[in-house]
Structure formats: structure tokens, C-alpha cells
Design a protein around this ligand. Structure first.
Ligand code: LIP
Length: 266
């Protein structure tokens, strides 16, 4: 089987499994089952639903592609040359608090290159998907990054977690606001990056994010004509890194405002 067919089959599977995971997430969210709140750390939520959804995704992928490696936010795994990187519920805090802004994020990387992404929000029935070299699509329609090129006309999302200090976040926020942008924070990094691919948001920046939160969206932004920093530099795949995904016309301004990707700007 050629490589191209193998990757195409994986994209179809990723979308189908994301939809199956979404059906489970929606049921658990509506029934409020599996929402026993616990914390992995300060502001780092974990619910029984996370574990149940990850189990479904891991089992379905292992059935279809037993030769691939798997890494999930909740159960870990291994990073290899043909690896699935999964966040079963991205936006767990929203899920736990009854806010319908969350998704399952399924990414596939081949030889450390982000190759496939599938992000599904079951509450809005929104499927974002992309395959490297074959475009990015939202519910079957081609996605295109925003054409905004002036921060004073932009709206960007600044992801937050307790993995970096309040002072660091405050500094980035101040710089972005001083540059004239308006900002939001939705609580799901995966949806935040996918929105950049779909042109709904002009940028997404976060001072530290994990690969399972953003890898699927990175494929989408790249395929939709947006710009993304070198997220996988160093040990980004296993330890995370800062991420900046922007409309192409805002790249330099967002690099200056956030300090992410500064090595790129002359
Ligand atoms: C989320 C991340 C994001 C962060 C959110 C949250 P989780 O992950 O996607 O980086 O901004 O606060 O941490 O924990 O919901 O899967």
C-alpha cells in the first residue's frame, strides 16, 4: 500500500473516531455523568469522562492501525515515527462546569511531521479536519485563514494555563492589547487553533501548550494558509512549547506582541 493511501485511510478513520468520541462526550455532558470533578494540579481538571473517551479513541485506533504508536493526555503512551497524539476532551474545565465549548482532538504525526488533524465539538456538530498537502475543511467546506493584516482590526485568543506564571500571561496580554488587538480566552486550545484555520480568529497564542492540545490544529492552520511557529522545536512533542498560530498578514506583529517565534522576525 502506498504511503499516500495509508495516510488517506488514517484521515478517514480519525474523522469517524472523532465523531464516535463526540457522541460519547455529548451523552456524558448532557447526562452530567462522568463529571466527578478531580484535579491533576492547580486549575488542571480531570473527569471520568476524559478517561472513558480516551479509552474509546485508543481502542478504535489500535484496532484499525495496530502498528501505530499512541500518546493520550490521560494515559500517556509513546511517541514514535507513526504516532497518534490525542486529547480526549480539550476544554475539560468547560466540560466539567457545563460550558459547551470543548472538543476531542486527534492528531497523527509521521516521522515527527504533523500530518493529520481531526477536531470535533459534539455540542455544535462542528468537525474540523486536515491532511498535510490536501487542505483543511470545516464540515466539508474548505477552511481559509483570515486576511486581517492590522492588529487594530483583529481579534485573537490568548490561551492560559497554570503552567506559566500570571506575570508572564499578564505581560503578553498587555503587549497584545497595547498593539491594538482585542482578545478572548475560550479554554480549549484545540478549538482556539482550529478557529484560526477557519478564519474566525486572527491568531492563537499560548506561552506553554502540550502537543495533544495543538498538533491537530497546527495541521489545519498550515493547510489553511496561516502561519505557525516551530512548535515541535527541541522536545515540543513530549514536553510542549509555546504556540503561535496566526493569519499570514499578522505574523510579524503577533511575533512582536507575544514574543513567540521571535527568531523568525528579522
Ligand atoms: C486545555 C488546553 C489549553 C489551555 C486550557 C486547557 P485541557 O487543555 O487546550 O492549552 O489554554 O486552559 O488547559 O486540560 O482542557 O485538555
Amino acid at each position: 500500500m502506498t504511503d499516500a493511501i495509508a495516510v488517506a485511510q488514517r484521515q478517514l478513520a480519525a474523522v469517524a473516531i472523532a465523531r464516535q468520541a463526540g457522541e460519547l462526550m455529548r451523552r456524558l455532558f448532557v447526562d452530567r455523568a462522568g463529571i466527578e470533578l478531580s484535579f491533576k494540579g492547580p486549575q488542571d481538571y480531570l473527569t471520568q469522562a476524559d478517561a472513558a473517551v480516551e479509552r474509546l479513541v485508543r481502542e478504535r485506533l489500535a484496532e484499525a492501525f495496530p502498528e501505530d504508536q499512541f500518546y493520550g493526555e490521560e494515559t500517556g503512551g509513546s511517541f514514535g515515527d507513526s504516532v497518534w497524539v490525542v486529547d480526549p476532551i480539550d476544554g475539560t474545565a468547560n466540560f466539567a462546569r457545563g460550558i459547551p465549548h470543548f472538543c476531542v482532538s486527534i492528531a497523527y504525526a509521521r516521522n515527527r511531521v504533523p500530518t493529520i488533524g481531526a477536531i470535533y465539538n459534539p455540542m455544535t456538530d462542528e468537525m474540523f479536519e486536515a491532511r498535510r498537502g490536501h487542505g483543511a475543511h470545516f464540515n466539508g467546506k474548505r477552511m481559509k485563514a483570515s486576511t486581517v493584516s492590522d492588529l487594530k482590526l483583529s481579534q485573537v485568543e490568548l490561551g492560559w494555563s497554570s503552567r506559566r506564571s500570571a506575570a508572564d500571561y499578564g505581560r503578553m496580554l498587555r503587549q497584545v492589547l497595547d498593539a491594538g488587538a482585542s482578545f478572548r480566552r475560550g479554554g480549549s486550545g484545540a478549538l482556539g487553533v482550529a478557529y484560526v484555520a477557519d478564519g474566525r480568529s486572527d491568531g492563537y497564542a499560548e506561552l506553554h501548550i502540550n502537543s495533544w492540545d495543538c498538533l491537530a490544529g497546527i495541521v489545519m492552520v498550515t493547510e489553511a494558509g496561516g502561519w505557525v511557529n516551530d512548535f515541535l522545536a527541541g522536545d515540543g512533542m513530549s514536553k510542549g512549547n509555546p504556540v503561535l498560530a496566526t493569519a499570514p498578514g499578522l505574523r510579524d506583529a503577533m511575533i512582536r506582541a507575544t514574543g513567540i517565534g521571535a527568531d523568525v522576525v528579522a
